[in-house]
Design a binder for this molecule. Structure first.
Ligand SMILES: [Zn+2]
Length: 449
């Protein structure tokens, strides 16, 4: 269960238990994209998200916690009321969200509170706007042996998609497409919901307002299909639902994979949710299967790797805070096919075979200084076992092209704490359609007596 710690700019901290509905909080109280900082303290990695709370926060928050149906205990309600009341205008709240760690020891929370209080004390007394520096100083004080992951947030602001809703201008008449630059006056429409992470990965609510129907159609037809096909096998295993419910995917060698019962195998209710079905259209009933050693290939044809690259960078442009958009005009031309290249930056692919979350997520690493050895924008896309970390090409803020291993050496060192050891350096330059084959090897393990 996640833990939340609220710290008001004025003083003190409020510890919110996991009964708090975080996504409601985000949509109701926050105007802006949170800024995330990666932290490794006492050997445990987690993240702090800084939210700018909107004006109505105090009233709305009190209203929210007094609503009897939200499951907050009367004791906790009293506690929240008393902690919120002394907040001065304008209110500012820092929320530490300890991500993806349900194994965090109880006493660790007090260490986190110390860290945040220390950072905040310096933040308030120095009147600086640089929370990252204060956090770094506090980390040094608390944990002199702290890990190299500090380097990431010394050089980058981290934005992640967790809990995000709609990005960009809400008034349709004022919208300008991030890709073609056109508005309603120029004749484009904004009628379709532009999903930032394609709907095929189960994303319903992470939407970009600033993508016109033409561009949405173009990316959907030409680019994103390659990313979706690349992950088809894992989409079934992650129990992702498509637009029309459970998935049933036909691979190019007559094997069908589905997370719905397509062959009428009776299952009991409790197990049916986690079943995967494999059907081969050409196999006959008399074919014998060696159940002790079964290898099933799934073939996917016509994947253009550069389109996987484009899909991920395109999501990054959708999610990018607007002040940075002008740095990416050449990148956008490339996404739209108006600029061609097969000399693109190298990237990283991490494989984590014990996925912490099957949910797709998107992350932006935006360089916060003039260290030109590092790329300005790295976009990460995570789904199931795989996370890509890709450099946005053609950014006006870059002096390097990152097309050789030497050129990405510094980037690799910075990302190392996130990459662990399970990563490959990859090139997604190719424009030639290729064929992927995933072999599913099944081994029968007899039960121990
Ligand atoms: Zn457009």
């Amino acid at each position: 269960m996640p833990e939340f710690i609220f710290i008001s700019q004025a003083e003190g901290s409020i510890h919110i238990n996991s009964d708090f509905n975080f996504s409601i909080f985000l949509s109701e109280f926050c105007d802006d994209t949170p800024i995330s900082y990666g932290v490794k303290l006492a050997g445990i990695s987690w993240g702090i998200d800084i939210f700018k709370i909107n004006k109505n926060f105090k009233n709305k928050f009190q209203e929210y916690i007094s609503n009897s149906s939200n499951g907050i205990s009367p004791y906790a309600k009293k506690f929240y009321y008393e902690s919120i009341r002394p907040l001065a205008e304008p209110e500012y709240v820092i929320i530490a969200f300890i991500k993806a760690h349900d194994q965090i020891p109880k006493n660790y929370i007090s260490l986190v509170k110390d860290l945040l209080s220390l950072s905040l004390k310096e933040y308030n007394s120095s009147k600086t706007n640089d929370f990252r520096k204060c956090l770094e100083n506090a980390l040094r004080k608390l944990d002199p042996l702290l890990s190299s992951s500090v380097d990431i947030y010394l050089n980058y602001d981290l934005y992640d998609s967790y809990g995000q809703g709609k990005i960009g201008e809400s008034d349709r008449n004022k919208r300008k497409c991030r890709f073609c630059g056109k508005t309603i006056e120029d004749g484009v429409k904004f009628s379709n919901k532009a999903h930032i992470i394609p709907e095929a990965f189960g994303n319903k609510k992470f939407i970009c307002n600033e993508e016109c129907d033409n561009c949405n159609h173009f990316f959907g037809e030409n680019i994103e299909t390659h990313l979706i096909k690349y992950f088809d096998f894992f989409r079934v295993f992650s129990q992702t639902k498509g637009k029309e419910g459970p998935l049933k995917i036909h691979f190019d060698n007559n094997n069908i994979l589905s997370n719905r019962n397509i062959v009428n195998i009776p299952t009991d209710e409790s197990s049916s949710n986690n079943m995967i079905y494999i059907v081969n259209k050409t196999a006959s009933k008399t074919d014998s299967i060696d159940i002790n050693n079964l290898s099933i290939p799934f073939k996917i044809k016509n994947i253009v790797e550069q389109n996987i690259y484009k899909s991920i960078i395109k999501m990054g442009i959708n999610f990018l805070p607007p002040q940075y958009l002008s740095y990416f005009s050449e990148t956008i031309k490339w996404l739209l096919g108006q600029k061609q290249s097969t000399e693109l930056p190298l990237g990283f692919r991490r494989n984590n075979f014990s996925p912490s979350s099957p949910e797709p997520s998107l992350g932006l690493f935006i360089r916060s200084n003039d260290n030109f050895n590092l790329p300005f924008l790295i976009v990460s896309f995570h789904f199931y076992f795989t996370t890509f970390f890709l450099i946005a090409p053609f950014c006006s803020q870059d002096r390097r092209t990152f097309i050789t291993p030497q050129e990405i050496e510094d980037t690799k060192n910075i990302l190392k704490p996130i990459l662990d050891d399970n990563y490959d350096i990859i090139s997604l330059n190719s424009l030639n359609p290729i064929e992927y084959i995933i072999n599913l090897n099944l081994k029968h393990t007899p039960k121990k007596q």
